[in-house]
Design a protein around this ligand. Sequence first.
Ligand SMILES: [Zn+2]
Length: 485
Amino acid sequence: MQRIVKIAIVTCMAFFLCFCAENPVTKTRELMFFSEKDEVALGKGLDNDVRKEYGVYDDIGVTNYVQKVGKKVARVSHRSNLDFHFSVVDMDEVNAFALPGGYIYVTRGLLCYLNNEAQLAGVIGHEIGHVSYRHSMKALQANIGTNILLNIIAMGTGSQFWAQVSDMMLGAIMAGYSRTYENQADELAVDYMLKAHYDPYQMRDFLYSLKRMEEGSVGFLLGIFASHPLTEERIKNVQNVIKQNINDYRDKALKIDEENFLHIIDGMPLEKEKGWIKDKNELKNGKVGMAVPLRRGLIIEKGENPDELILFDRYQNYVIGVTPLKGRVAQQEAIEEFEKKKSLQKKIYFGLYEDAQNTTLCIYRLNGSDLKVVFINMFPHLLAVSFIEKASSRGELVWKEIIKKARKLDAEEMVKVAPGRIKVYEVEKKQTLKELLKSLYKDEKTIKKISVMNGLQEDYVLEPGKQIKLIITEEDSHLLNKLEH
Ligand SMILES: [Zn+2]
């Protein structure tokens, strides 16, 4: 941040008598301590923080698509001169936000709840709207206070202060802006959608979905979307602005583009991988479909990969490793791969474990001790349960209990612990959304959630060929079979 301070000081000193700048939207002069250069530098620094803190959703197809739509909207905005950046952050929450200088983010959770390209353009348009008005910079000025700002400029306060300022700013942005700022951003969203030839009514329709999410506590809402009483007002405002402007675009084809959008988000997870989850007296992993018993007093840590568990007692007399191995390969191959990864070279025993057909015991010499590993066949995966002892302990009993009680999760349990994914389904016969969903899901909450996710009422009549989003878990073949017939 040091550099930003210097830039800020130099620029501000130059205009010491007037900290003014022209508002890019209204073209009026307003109090602004920061130049566009400062703004971009501040955004760039914060961008690093956001990426580290929240993580980026790693899917090049989705990222490219969001960037393409974002650039289309940015091009028609009031600050098309800025170098805009668009990213998808890997958060379950439904949110979008903008940093100063043109850094725009949508969450993976938000993409799951959008239904077409026009809605995505609307959300991005809203965020670009905040950038156009320089809302984040104004909020920063208001938060710090003019007097302190003048002091910083006069005294050249150190980088630590600026690190704090950055934190404050990120917090303020994530929490959302005032009613006036939100309405201004919505108005620009409609303006940009029209200029980029998107149907602005999709913006209003997504606000309706948000309202249903608020009412039904469906999905996680953050930031601008968490501002409950505002949504109704925002819908009215957006509707008015559309009415005032849409006539100018009467002879233009305003696009929605549902098919392409749904294709892009098909398969997207609604939740982050959870790894192992405690449930009663077991640890369950939805990704590999396994459960192992959980004993009181054991210390549990994550291993080298998120699906590996390391268990030990508080004296660390013994260590037990629980490692799911990639299935759908020959058992021998999976074992060899495990040995290679763990650098196990001296195998001194290989045979069945307690004469059980689907378990193999291998013993390795490791740093003067014996490492015992039992490989349990849990089709389609394999589970390696290893045990090594430093001092005499009851660890071997715990190890044996895990081997005995490790089990596969059934379909019903899987649904509870595996991350749900979007599955785009083409309707085959005419029926209401509720009829279709009831044939697939028992849980009322899931049915409600999927209705909101599709922006449709439950009594909406689906015509054959209509594409809708469903939620499935990775290994939920049961549900897929129902769909295919
Ligand atoms: Zn906003």
